[in-house]
Ligand binder design. Structure first.
Ligand code: UDX
Length: 463
C-alpha cells in the first residue's frame, strides 16, 4: 500500500485516483475547484463514467480515498504524486501547459521527502524535463525526486474498464528507483509494463492517438472512393481487418472523429513537428480529411436541395460517440453551424447530450425529447452518433413523420436495401452502386495537381 496524491480531478485524474484506491492504495485527490471537491467528498462524481461513482463511494467509505483543495497534503509519507490537470489546445494548435507548470511549482514548494512525480496529463515531448526544472527551482530544501512520464490510454465511457484492462502501462524514466516505485504501485493491475525514456513515453501517447486518427481518416477516404467505384466500405474494412497486421478496429467509416483527445493531440503533434523543424505531412492530411468528412452531410444536401427556403433538418445524435454526453469537437457542432449558415431550421435529439450541446451553441435550435419529434416535418434527417437505441427506431414511423425523404446515415447504422424499401432516399457513408460507378467513370478523371503528382511519381520504383 502506498500513499498517493493525484492533482487534478478531471476525467483522467479522478479515474486514475479512484482505481488506485480500489486496488488498495491510500489516495488523496486534490483540485482547486472547491465546489467540485465538496461534491466529491459526498461521493458525487462531476463526470459520468460507468462504475466510477460507485467506486468513489466505496473507497471513501473504506477510507482509502479522500479529497482536498490543499497541496499541504503532500506530506512526509507521500510516495507518488500524479499531475493530471488539463492541457487544452491554444488557438494555434499548441498545447497550453500553464496548469501543469502551476502544479509543478506547487509540488516544488510542498515536497518534503523523496517522491516520484508522474506526468499523467497528455503533454508534449520535453515536458518531463520542464516539470523537473520547475520543481527544482521551487524546492524549499535539497530533496531528491524523479519526474516520470506515464501516459494514459483511456477512452471516455469505458475509462474504468480500460484502467483495469489496459494493453500496456508505459513508463518513461531514466531512474531505476522511480521505475521500481511505479511497478510496485501498478502491480495489482497485472498488466504488461513498457519501460522507456521520458521523451519516447511522451511521444508514444501522441503517436498512438495520431495513428488511430489516421486510421479513421484513411478508412473515410476509402469510403469516399467506394461511393464512386461501387464498393461497400463495410466489406472493404472487414476484408482488410482480417489481416492481423492491420487489425479490425478503428476502421468504421463515418462523418469523422471528434472528442477531447484526437483533434487536440493530432494538432499537438503537428505543432511539435513545427517546433523541432519537421513537417509531419501525414497527420496534416489526417486533419484535413477529417474536416472534409464533417462537411459531407452538407454536400449531400446541397446536391439534393435547390431552394433552402423553409428547409427543416432533423439531427439524431449530438455526442462525439455513443455512451457519453461529450460534444467537444463533435462532428455535430460543425454540421449544425453549416446548416445554420444555409438558413435551415434545425431540430435535434440525443439521448443524453442535448444539454451539453445547448451549453456550447451560441444560437437557438430546437431540442427534442425523442427522435420522432426531431424528424417531424423535416426535409432531411442526419444521423451522427450510433447510439444503440437508434437501431430500434420505427423507421416507417420516421418516414411518415418526415416531409421529404432524405436520410443521411453518418455512422452506417442501417441497411441500404431496407431503407430503400421503406421509401427513403438513403445516403450511408461509403456504399456505392454499380450505376454510380459507371457514371463516375464517364464523368472522367480527377485532375491531380502536377506538383503533388511529381511528389509521388519521382520516388524510386521497384519494377
Ligand atoms: C481516444 C483514444 O481511443 C484513447 O486511447 C485516448 O486516451 C483518448 O482518445 P475517446 O476520445 O474516448 O478515446 O474516443 P474513441 O472511442 O477513441 O473515439 C474517438 C472518435 O473517433 C469518435 O468521434 C468516434 O466516433 C471516431 N471513430 C472511432 C470513428 O469514426 N471510426 C472508428 O472506427 C473509431
Amino acid at each position: 500500500m502506498m500513499k498517493v496524491i493525484v492533482v487534478g480531478t478531471g476525467y483522467v485524474g479522478l479515474v486514475t485516483g479512484t482505481c488506485l484506491a480500489e486496488i488498495g492504495h491510500r489516495v488523496i485527490c486534490i483540485d482547486k475547484d472547491e465546489m467540485k471537491i465538496e461534491k466529491l467528498k459526498r461521493g458525487i462524481s462531476p463526470i459520468y463514467e460507468a462504475h466510477l461513482e460507485d467506486m468513489i463511494c466505496r473507497n471513501i467509505k473504506e477510507q482509502r480515498l479522500s479529497f482536498s483543495t490543499d497541496m499541504k497534503e503532500v506530506a512526509e509519507d507521500t510516495q507518488v504524486i500524479f499531475i493530471a490537470v488539463g492541457t487544452p489546445s491554444l488557438e494555434d494548435g499548441d498545447v497550453d501547459l500553464s496548469q501543469v507548470e502551476e502544479v509543478a511549482r506547487e509540488i516544488g514548494k510542498s515536497l518534503v521527502s523523496y517522491g516520484v512525480i508522474v506526468n499523467k496529463s497528455t503533454v508534449p515531448v520535453g515536458s518531463c524535463v520542464r516539470v523537473a526544472q520547475i520543481i527544482r527551482q521551487n524546492l524549499r530544501k535539497d530533496i531528491s525526486f524523479d519526474v516520470v512520464s506515464n501516459p494514459e490510454f483511456l477512452r471516455e465511457g469505458t475509462a474504468v474498464y480500460d484502467t483495469f484492462h489496459g494493453d500496456r502501462i508505459v513508463i518513461g524514466s531514466r531512474s531505476k528507483k522511480a521505475v521500481e516505485v511505479l511497478r510496485e504501485l501498478y502491480k495489482p493491475f497485472h498488466q504488461k509494463f513498457f519501460i522507456t525514456n521520458p521523451e519516447s513515453a511522451e511521444l508514444i501517447k501522441y503517436a498512438s492517438n495520431a495513428f488511430l486518427a489516421t486510421k479513421i481518416s484513411f478508412i473515410n477516404e476509402m469510403a469516399n472512393l467506394c461511393e464512386k467505384t461501387g464498393g461497400d466500405i463495410r466489406a472493404v474494412a472487414e476484408g482488410m481487418g482480417m489481416d492481423q497486421r492491420i487489425g479490425n478496429k478503428f476502421l468504421q467509416a463515418g462523418v469523422g472523429f471528434g472528442g477531447a483527445c484526437f483533434p487536440k493531440d493530432v494538432k499537438g503533434l503537428l505543432k511539435t513537428g513545427e517546433k523541432y523543424g519537421y513537417d509531419f505531412k501525414i497527420i496534416r492530411q489526417t486533419l484535413a480529411v477529417n474536416e472534409g468528412q464533417k462537411q459531407k452531410p452538407l454536400r449531400i444536401l446541397e446536391e439534393n436541395i435547390a431552394d433552402w427556403k423553409g428547409i427543416k433538418v432533423g439531427i439524431l445524435g449530438l455526442a462525439f460517440k455513443p455512451g457519453t454526453d461529450d460534444v467537444r469537437e463533435a462532428p455535430a457542432l460543425q454540421i449544425i453551424k453549416d446548416l445554420r449558415g444555409k438558413g435551415a431550421q434545425i431540430r435535434v435529439y440525443d439521448p443524453v447530450a442535448n444539454a451539453s450541446m445547448q451549453s456550447v451553441l451560441q444560437f437557438p435550435i430546437t431540442y427534442c425529447n425523442n427522435p420522432y419529434d426531431a424528424v417531424t416535418d423535416c426535409d432531411a434527417v442526419i444521423l451522427l452518433t450510433e447510439w444503440p437505441e437508434f437501431q430500434e427506431l420505427n423507421l416507417r414511423k420516421i418516414r411518415r413523420l418526415m416531409k421529404r425523404t432524405i436520410f443521411i446515415d453518418g455512422r452506417n447504422v442501417f441497411a441500404s436495401e431496407a431503407m430503400g424499401e421503406k421509401g427513403f432516399d438513403y445516403y450511408p457513408m461509403g456504399i456505392g452502386s454499380e450505376e454510380t460507378a459507371q457514371r463516375k467513370l464517364k464523368e472522367g478523371v480527377v485532375k491531380v495537381n502536377e506538383s503533388e503528382k511529381s511528389n509521388y511519381t519521382s520516388g524510386r520504383t521497384w519494377n
